[in-house]
Structure formats: C-alpha cells, structure tokens
Ligand binder design. Structure first.
Ligand code: AP5
Length: 189
C-alpha cells in the first residue's frame, strides 16, 4: 500500500470506523475520527463538548469552526506526519477546503478519498442493531434518518470535490465486514 493520507467517506453506518480500525495496524498511521474526538469532548465536559452535545444528539453537524479547529490541532501532532486515516472529516465543502489548505501549507496532499457506498435501509438496520448493544444517543431511527439527510445535503457533494481532484476511489460497503475489508485493501494497493 502506498497511500498514507487517506480520507474515508460514507454515510452514517457505512463502516468507516470499522474499516479504519482494521486498516491502521497495516498502514502504521493514526486513525483520526472527529466523531470519536467530539464524543470524548462531550464525555469530558470540555467547552467543545458542551457546545457539541445537543447538535450531535439531534444528528446535525457541529459547526465548521469547531470541527476544523480540532482536526487541525490533531493533524499538527507528531504521529500525523507519517500520514493519517481521517474518518468523518471532512464532512462539508468548507471542511474539505480547510483540509486542502492545511495540507498545502505543509507541502503535502491527500493520497486518496476512499468512499464507501451503501444501501440506506441496510445501514439503518446496522445502526439499530448497534443502538441495542452500545446505546449511542444518535442511533435511534429518527436521528439516523436525519443524519442520512444531512449526509446527502452536506457531505455527498464531497464525492464530486474529490473526483475533481482525481483522488476518489469508490468501493461498495455492502456485504460482510471481511468482504468490504478485502475490497478496501485491494483498492488501496
Ligand atoms: P460519527 O461518529 O462520525 O458518526 P457517523 O458518520 O454517523 O458514523 P458511524 O459511526 O455511525 O458510522 P461508520 O460509517 O463509522 O460505521 P461503523 O463502522 O461505526 O459522527 C457523529 C456525529 O458527530 C455527527 O452526526 C456530527 O454531529 C458530529 N461530527 C462528527 N464529525 C463531524 C464533522 N466532520 N463535522 C461536523 N460534525 C461532525 O459501523 C456502524 C455499525 O455497523 C457498527 O455496529 C458496525 O459493527 C456495523 N458494521 C460495520 N460494517 C458492517 C458490515 N459490513 N456488515 C454489517 N455490520 C457492519
């Protein structure tokens, strides 16, 4: 595998976190999930967490200002110099532009945007199942549907953004975790 700066894109429940966790040990780069970072901030009761909680619980997007701030801070850490696997960031065109500028300032560029394509109803079933096991506040049916709506309006346009940058690779996220994992590895090789 040659790509070291990767963005994982896909709707809620597409398997971004699952595939990222399985990939990072092979790639030796950090897995940076803005969703995980925001949940940790909520848990810790930080200023960012206090501002983000209600927004996350309703399935809306946390402001670009907050998210770009935490992503830039994380990307400036030492371990991100060898690359990164970004999961859940960017999610808006403003975030994608901010990432492009941050990398440009470092004389670096994204190697690829790997987009997982999934069937909406299958994803709703996955997230309902997770809600029974983990009880994530935003995994109830109404909020799942809102997260999907937000993905379609705010995040799906990034497919065209990265296609125009010639770094987009689309992979089916349907099938077992292992089947998707194989497709992802084949795509990155
Ligand atoms: P975030 O945590 O990023 O949530 P999400 O994008 O909705 O992602 P999920 O974790 O639900 O899905 P995933 O694709 O990672 O799938 P996973 O592998 O977990 O963000 C949460 C919130 O934070 C946002 O709504 C927003 O408010 C805020 N936020 C975060 N980033 C932001 C940003 N950049 N800008 C603004 N706001 C931001 O899998 C899901 C389930 O399916 C798991 O149970 C898994 O075991 C299962 N599964 C995975 N793959 C398969 C498979 N192939 N077959 C069967 N089951 C599978």
């Amino acid at each position: 595998m040659t790509a070291t700066r990767i963005v994982l894109l896909g709707p809620p429940g597409a398997g971004k976190g699952t595939q990222a966790t399985n990939l990072i040990s092979d790639l030796g780069i950090p897995h940076i999930s803005t969703g995980d970072m925001l949940r940790a901030a909520v848990e810790a009761g930080t200023e960012v967490g206090l501002q983000a909680k209600a927004v996350m619980d309703s399935g809306e997007l946390v402001s670009d200002e907050i998210v770009i701030g935490i992503a830039k801070e994380r990307l400036s850490e030492d371990d991100a110099k060898k690359g990164f696997l970004l999961d859940g960031f960017p999610r808006t065109l403003a975030q994608a532009s901010a990432l492009e500028k941050t990398l440009g300032d470092l004389d670096a560029a994204l190697d690829c945007c790997l987009a997982l394509a999934v069937d909406n109803e299958a994803v709703v079933a996955r997230l309902r199942k997770r809600s029974e096991i983990e009880g994530r506040v935003d995994d109830n049916e109404e909020t799942i549907r809102e997260r999907m709506r937000v993905y379609d309006s705010e995040t799906a346009p990034l497919l065209e953004f990265y296609r125009s940058r010639r770094v987009l690779i689309e992979v089916s996220g349907m099938g077992t975790i292992e089947e998707v994992g194989k497709r992802v590895r084949d795509a990155l090789d």
